[in-house]
Ligand binder design. Structure first.
Ligand code: GLC
Ligand code: GLC
Length: 808
């Protein structure tokens, strides 16, 4: 069953009912100011950091679900309704929510009045626009009142949700009402150390306003039926303390056929310390006025919206395909890349399942997100690489997370996830392959953000690789530390305390528990680092690491192979995990994907084929490839969080989407196009849209986890949007299935798609040159550039736009 459809021309997903199984959300914003918006108008806004700089308040896990956000109440002829359905919940005569790239539009109507509410954040501005257009389609003149409301968060989202004894006292606002409209300023804590405020405005004369949530809602009401709306009266007072809100009341008369528009702006302004005040107690509103002058009129909104659309057109023009398969095209050309931008911006911080209060930017997450993003805005990828690198310590270890606002490592989570450092060479290799900018290797970057400790990025990379080499266990495989990619495989944790963190508790530092997955990573990314050394630095260092990678691959073949598949790990007692010898957890997906991607056993008849056949047989379901099998039925002290989940959920045998693309890539590496594509389509949103009632999450983006074969709710998706699947899928689809892969030497063209793909067109902008690629199936590989035959499958760097013809 579907709840909407793709509109590929508009690059939108059009939802036709508010009753989606879960809120289906979108992201607004591209640089610093961001908002989340659901298909019923819920969500919140923040500036750069969802934890430290939250602008509006949102209640996670609230009752009823998804209340609050941008509230609009239209009262017409005694009936009150909301253009986004919530908060008023009045049944609408028509409803449509169009989630586009960086904007969302609600089209609704009730009793002959239609509304179009468009929400977006203009490129380059720190504000969210909500433009409400009302049209009277009835034969009579309508007298309408429109009441808006947003609830402010007192900036630090964690403190806001917990420190009530203070926070009920600190709230401060200012309101100004001028001919042009009304602006309500939120200035809590501005009197002391904050140099920023928020505001909410409307661009026309008002007949009333509210600033106190309590007064606005009245006793015992929710956002669905505020007193102010019910009784048609605003308090017109600036409130003190408690819960500051901003609400405007506008009265409108609309003749038959007449149309009007209101522009609401939720803005954020930062001021230099010396310029904070206009006069004592009165904030300097200049930046707000200036911002409003740039965005507030109808024409300016149109212009900003067009800008946003052009911004996306230009970003997406870097990779486009016409493959003959509409679903593949829409995912590759639009939604995969869009999701890559969102995960790059958000890491795992703010979604409807990540509260924005917990994690900041993850080290491994951000490095992987970059793999799918780097072609979009290489300059931002560069900056991100340097930020991430600066969280490394001088012994090569890395903070597992950092806060985007301060860029400092997050001490609560600490270090010791032994895969972390190896993701950095992966990111840098991808960046240089994309841009050719080897200069980045010589950028000075500090340790642990401490000024004066700078060494080159190149040196940081060496430390990353040596971090693994210095931490090998009894089988010559890397020690796992607190966990590797699988955050829940906590082999040194042994936790018996309820509530204790599995990730930060390491009370059994065995010095023995090893990860075959990290071994695979070392072979893959150690070699990528060596490639960089060979091309840009020193041949000796390259030789040292190639030799170490060969040795590691040998250790995997000897100690990491179980007969039919790769073993997952050795536990703190040196016992195998992910082996046929185990009662449960006999096979894990991660080492199969990673070791094959690293090229271990890919020779014909080698281990790789066997491992992948085992994946097909034991882990593959109609809804995707499960993480492990059989699931753990009991808690295991020696395994940690993986065994804490009920069977079939999350890391305990759920379909953890993130590593499905690894299996697809691995299938490509063994030349199995049909299964490679099947692995891709099983979890791909566009291909599973038809079963949205089972899957439940948004059908236009990936989610983290689908309940696995042993789960009672098999096929149900959870944790939409912020997942490494976004980046890995785009890498898989663009570089392996469609086969256009940036390398240090140029673009490699090696498509691997099922036989029914006969002719594929791809346009790729790469290192300032446009590659117009035509792929035809003839049964034999050949490659020509502007009619000239090329040996091998890599096109050397071109200096002018070129036409590429490939036969496969
Ligand atoms: C989550 C984490 C990621 C981890 C994965 C598996 O997606 O963000 O870092 O690798 O779970 O545990
Ligand atoms: C990852 C895992 C999750 C775990 C968390 C701990 O996100 O997916 O299961 O609880 O890491 O931070």
């Amino acid at each position: 069953m579907k709840y909407g459809h793709f509109d590929d021309t508009a690059r939108e997903y059009v939802i036709n009912t508010p009753y989606t199984p879960l809120p289906w959300i979108n992201y607004l914003g591209s640089e610093d100011f961001f908002s989340i918006i659901s298909n019923t108008g819920g969500g919140y806004s923040f500036y750069r950091d969802a934890k430290l700089r939250r602008i509006t308040r949102y209640r996670y896990n609230g009752v009823p679900n998804d209340a609050g956000g941008r509230c609009f109440y239209i009262t017409d002829g005694g009936v009150t309704w909301s253009p986004a359905f919530l908060p008023s919940k009045t049944e609408l005569d028509s409803y449509k929510c169009r989630h586009g790239l960086g904007y969302t539009v609600f089209e609704s109507s009730k009793n002959g009045l239609s509304s179009e509410l468009c929400a977006f954040i203009p490129v380059g501005e720190n504000c969210e626009i909500n433009r409400l257009v009302l049209t009277n389609n009835s034969g009579e003149t309508k007298k309408i009142s429109v009441v808006s409301a947003v609830e402010f968060c007192l900036w630090n989202a964690v403190d806001d949700a917990s420190n009530f004894q203070r926070n009920f006292n600190t709230g401060e606002l200012e309101a100004i009402d001028c001919e042009k409209g009304c602006i309500i300023f939120h200035k809590t804590e501005y009197r002391e150390r904050r140099n920023h405020y928020a505001y909410f405005s409307v661009n026309r004369p008002i007949t009333g306003y509210d600033t106190s949530r309590e007064v606005f809602l009245g006793k015992f009401n929710g956002w669905d039926t505020p007193d102010a709306v019910k009784y048609g009266k605003s308090a017109n007072k600036v409130s003190h303390g408690w819960a500051p809100i901003a609400s405007h009341r506008v009265e409108i008369i609309l003749k038959p056929g007449e149309k009007t528009s209101l522009v609401y702006v939720l803005g954020y302004c930062e001021l230099p310390k010396e310029e904070k005040w206009e006069k004592p107690g009165i904030i300097n509103k200049k930046p707000a006025f200036e911002q409003l002058n740039r965005v507030e009129s109808d024409t300016l909104v149109d212009k900003a919206l067009n800008n946003l659309k052009e911004y996306w057109s230009s970003l997406l023009s870097k990779f486009t395909t016409q493959s003959g398969d509409d679903k593949l095209d829409r995912m590759v050309n639009i939604w995969h890349q869009y999701q890559c931008m969102v995960t790059f911006n958000m890491s795992r911080s703010a979604s409807y399942y990540e509260s924005g209060m917990g994690r900041g930017m993850g080290f491994r997450d951000s490095c992987q997100d970059l793999l799918g993003f780097v072609h979009l805005v290489p300059g931002r990828a560069r900056e991100r690489i340097l930020d991430i690198t600066a969280t490394q310590k001088d012994d090569g270890s890395c903070w597992h997370q950092y806060q985007p606002l301060t860029k400092q490592g997050n001490a609560d989570v600490g270090i010791g996830f032994n895969d972390d450092p190896l993701w950095l060479p992966a990111a840098v290799h991808a960046y240089i392959s994309e841009t050719g900018d080897a200069g980045i290797l010589h950028e000075p970057v500090p340790f642990d953000c401490k000024e004066g400790t700078e060494v080159s990025l190149f040196e940081h990379l060496r430390l990353c690789v040596d971090y693994t080499l210095k931490r090998l266990g009894p089988h010559g495989l890397p020690l796992i530390g607190r966990a590797d990619w699988n955050d829940c495989l906590n082999l040194n944790c042994f936790s018996e305390e309820p509530g204790e963190s599995f990730q930060t508790t390491a009370n059994f530092e065995s010095g023995v528990a090893e990860s075959v997955f990290i071994a695979g990573m070392f072979v893959l990314y150690g070699r990528q680092y060596a490639e960089i050394c060979e091309k840009y630095g020193c041949k000796d260092e390259a030789a040292r690491i190639y030799a170490a990678a060969d040795k590691m691959a040998e250790a995997v073949r000897t100690h990491g192979w179980d007969g039919e598949w790769f073993i997952r790990a050795y536990d703190a007692y040196g016992k195998k995990i992910g082996s046929k010898e185990c009662k449960e957890g006999q096979i894990f997906i991660e080492p199969q994907g990673m070791c094959v991607m690293a090229g271990i056993g890919v020779e014909p008849g080698g281990l790789a084929r066997k491992a992948l056949d085992s994946v097909k047989e034991r882990l593959t379901t109609e809804y995707g490839t499960c993480l492990l099998s059989p699931c753990y039925s009991e808690y295991h002290l020696e395994l940690g969080e993986v065994s804490s989940y009920p069977p079939g959920y999350k890391e305990n045998g759920g379909i953890f989407c993130h590593n499905n693309p690894w299996v697809s890539i691995a299938e490509v590496m063994t030349g199995n196009a049909d299964e490679a594509f099947a692995v891709y389509t099983r979890i791909c949103p566009a291909y599973r849209e038809e079963r949205s009632e089972i899957h439940r999450v948004e059908p236009y983006v990936y989610n983290q986890m689908i309940a696995g074969q042993e789960a009672p709710t098999f096929g149900e998706g959870k944790n939409s949007w912020l997942t490494g699947t976004a980046a890995w899928t785009f890498v898989n689809a663009s570089q392996y299935l469609l086969g256009v892969q940036p390398t240090l030497e140029g673009l490699r063209i090696a498509p691997c798609l099922p036989n029914n793909f006969n002719e594929i067109k791809i346009n790729r902008q790469y290192r300032d040159v446009n590659y117009d690629i035509l792929i035809k199936r003839t049964g034999k590989y050949s490659l020509t550039v502007n009619g000239q035959k090329i040996d091998g499958d890599v096109i050397p760097i071109q200096t002018a736009d070129c036409r590429v013809e490939v036969t496969i």
